[in-house]
Design a binder for this molecule. Structure first.
Ligand SMILES: Cc1cc2nc3c(=O)[nH]c(=O)nc-3n(C[C@H](O)[C@H](O)[C@H](O)COP(=O)(O)OP(=O)(O)OC[C@H]3O[C@@H](n4cnc5c(N)ncnc54)[C@H](O)[C@@H]3O)c2cc1C
Length: 389
């Protein structure tokens, strides 16, 4: 079966639901809606985004660096913790529905510490997460030596979360597009929405190829949703966050977990082919709108140096590719669901680890669109929080 994005471009002028943004969230949303009989099109600009650039980490525990950098957002992060926890079993069921092995492996995640201060931070975080119902534990150096012998001598302890893991986004993105297309969602690619307006009780989207009228619109365009929402006079503080990635040549599997750092930007894991994916949030430069973000030499060097410091064996591997993608930064929580002020408009913007949350977020928003109560509490993700006094 061919990838739908290589098929001739379909034309749509009127549709029941228009999903703007065809990353993991928008494409899953289109698939869920179409599977329940909705007449839905997913339109995508083909611009650099998170889903085509991400590291494939399946995150659950709270990101300690985010907590240190943005302590004011910790309450939001805590309120979205349950979604992260539910996102993992959802991904497992979803992969079954896709019928493709996307290399989803839940083998646990380690957030490592190199000094007492970092370990104390993790211990406090761990206690709070246990209170919030998460299965996490602090591991000592001797315990780590047994569980993760590949970690270097700099590591003195770690927080372990068994629910974490990894997925291969290259496999998953292709499988999700095919699945959504196979369920009847129309996938429009390389077609940016230039203008979004209300027309009576419906919506009128002006795209690079014409006009599309829709009864309902879901904004799933990541940070670009901000500009689209502004056209409907809605303030949406979703910002572009360009991030760096590296990948090594393939080697024998030796890193058994998702590895992160308590205090520094790094994530590490091995794909099925043995390549080590090195990410974690080193900065990239933002190009002009719609263009590829700019790789920074300092991020290549910093990211790779830190990786081999934590896992010395990485020093023997060659880096085969470096790239940058654009994440969406909000406030530790996604923006999901309806908005009272504009009936028919929905938001589908996941939290910062939005590849982990993607399929579940889409399911929850699909339920809102179909007039059902979503299976998880998404009140913390309401867009109304930005206009509340
Ligand atoms: C380098 C990097 C590494 C990451 N690593 C991880 C990770 O390991 N684990 C994790 O869980 N998350 C990770 N993330 C975050 C994750 O990738 C994103 O949160 C997630 O992919 C967001 O999915 P999305 O569908 O909401 O948006 P996106 O994937 O950003 O897609 C938005 C889409 O909207 C389209 N669009 C924009 N404007 C318009 C318009 N006007 N008209 C039509 N279409 C438009 C774009 O073309 C784009 O395809 C990472 C992100 C980056 C950048």
């Amino acid at each position: 079966m061919t990838d739908p994005s290589s098929a001739p471009h379909p034309r749509v002028s009127e549709i029941s639901t228009l999903v703007i943004g065809g990353g993991i969230v928008g494409t899953c949303l289109g698939g869920f809606l179409a599977g329940e009989g909705d007449d839905v099109a997913v339109i995508d600009a083909g611009w650099p985004a998170g889903s085509i650039a991400n590291a494939g980490s399946i995150h659950v525990q709270m990101q300690s660096q985010f907590m240190s950098d943005y302590p004011q957002y910790i309450p939001r992060l805590e309120r979205s913790l349950n979604l992260y926890r539910q996102a993992v079993p959802f991904w497992k069921r979803f992969q079954d529905d896709l019928g493709v092995d996307c290399e989803l492996r839940i083998t646990g995640g380690l957030m490592i510490a190199e000094d007492r201060r970092q370990l104390d931070f993790l211990s406090k975080k761990c206690r709070r997460e246990v209170e919030l119902g998460l299965d996490v534990a602090i591991l000592t150096r001797p315990e780590l030596a047994k569980l993760a012998p590949y970690l270097g001598p700099a590591v003195i302890g770690a927080e372990f979360c068994p629910a974490e893991g990894k997925v291969n986004p290259l496999l998953a993105n292709t499988a999700i597009r095919r699945w959504a297309n196979g369920r009847g969602a129309v996938l429009l690619h390389e077609e940016p929405v230039l203008r979004l307006e209300l027309e009576g009780k419906a919506f009128r989207a002006t795209t690079s190829r014409g006009i599309i009228r829709a009864g309902r619109v879901a904004l799933a365009a990541g940070f670009a949703s901000k500009d689209l929402a502004a056209q409907l006079s809605i303030e949406l503080p979703a910002e572009a966050d360009p991030l760096h990635m590296n990948i090594t040549e393939g080697t024998t599997p030796f890193i058994g977990h998702l590895v992160q750092h308590a205090d520094r930007p790094i994530t590490l894991k091995q794909l099925g082919g043995g390549q080590v994916v090195i990410g974690g949030g080193w900065p990239a430069g933002l190009g002009t709108p719609g263009t590829i973000p700019i790789v920074k030499l300092s991020s290549i060097i910093g990211n790779v140096s830190l990786a081999q410091h934590i896992i010395p064996q990485i020093a023997q591997l060659r880096i085969i590719r470096t790239w940058a993608g654009i994440n969406t930064f909000v406030d530790g929580c996604g923006i999901l669901g309806r908005i009272d002020a504009v009936p028919g408009l929905f938001f589908a913007i996941p939290g910062s680890a939005g590849y982990t949350l993607g399929p579940l977020s889409a399911r929850l928003v699909a339920d809102c669109i179909l007039g059902r109560d979503p299976s998880e509490d998404i009140s913390a993700c309401s867009v109304d929080r930005f206009s509340a006094p």
